[in-house]
Design a protein around this ligand. Structure first.
Ligand code: PXL
Length: 287
């Protein structure tokens, strides 16, 4: 069985980061090792948050792994707490990631044009360096603007405008970039992607619910990485992850009253696995 490492926070309540990545990637049939970046009582959309930064634990953990001869068949980073952690992740990649294994970076740092609390321009610069090493990066529109150093104007950039940004993102150094949260029209939301080596373009959308929930970026990224770690090419993995996210939101809304703090991805896991297995057998995409 493949063993991957994911580096993100533990938000004890609230369904995001590791409490999404662990169950989703494990359900994909991939052993999921974790390096927690911070421990929070809930994610930051709650009003009362008790948090502890775990940066100081990185090096002792890495040294113990090194002594044990641990290696990983994939690396996926999400919410990192500070620049120091970004630099540490670059070292962890060098020390523990098996040659040729996928490195997937979700540059979690902003939404609606605003950097998350506690992040600075220095953090953005460090995130650029992390993305430069990635095989795949999946910024939302706010994060794509920050990575490119262009002003954020609004969320509803056209397909043409986002398509024009993609080669700039891969020019940072990553092999492929997918911008998420793209409004294709009033009723559809999805992603646009670009692979530098082949010049291949990707576009995919699902119907859009008129609500947004915290953690959906993590649901998408975790499923995409789970499918990639299983060996699917990005062109097959990404649409499966988009449908998983869409179904997770649908499952949340079909419950009354429904959560405001996260999506019911648990209900959508069986269909995710069915789709991955079907793709592995060479079946057509369900789009
Ligand atoms: O979903 C990204 C994320 C991860 N971790 C924490 C967050 C967020 C988004 O707000 O607050 C702690």
């Amino acid at each position: 069985m493949k063993r991957i490492l994911t580096v993100q926070d533990v938000s004890c309540v609230g369904k995001c980061a590791l409490t999404v990545a662990l169950p989703v990637i494990s359900a994909c049939g991939v052993e999921t090792a974790v390096l927690p970046t911070a421990l929070l009582s809930t994610h930051t959309a709650f009003r009362h948050v008790a948090s502890a930064d775990l940066s100081d634990r990185f090096e002792p953990i890495a040294e113990a792994w090194q002594a044990e001869g641990v290696t990983f068949d994939g690396l996926y980073t999400g919410y990192l707490a500070n620049e120091r952690q970004i630099e540490a992740v670059l070292g962890i990649k060098e020390r523990f990631l098996n040659p040729g294994a996928p490195f997937f970076v979700d540059p979690v740092m902003a939404d609606d044009g605003k950097l998350y609390a506690g992040f600075s321009e220095g953090f953005v610069g460090a995130m650029r360096r992390l993305c430069a090493e990635a095989d795949v990066t999946v910024p939302n529109i706010s994060e794509a603007c920050l990575l490119l150093g262009v002003p954020y104007t609004h969320e509803r950039l056209s397909e043409r405008e986002i398509g024009d940004m993609l080669p700039g993102l891969t020019a940072l150094g990553c092999r492929a970039a997918f911008v998420t949260g793209v409004h294709f029209d009033a009723d559809r939301i999805g992603y646009l992607g670009y692979e530098a080596e082949t010049g291949g373009r990707f576009a995919y959308a699902t119907p859009r619910y008129p609500v947004s929930f915290p953690g959906t970026g993590d649901v998408f990224a975790s499923a995409a990485f789970g499918a990639i770690a299983r060996g699917l090419p990005i062109g097959r993995a990404m649409p499966i992850a988009a449908r998983f996210t869409y179904r997770s939101i649908g499952a949340t809304l079909s419950e009354t009253p429904h959560n405001w703090y996260g999506v019911n991805f648990e209900t959508a896991l069986p269909e995710l696995i069915r789709e991955i297995e079907k793709a592995e057998k060479g079946g057509p995409d369900d789009a």
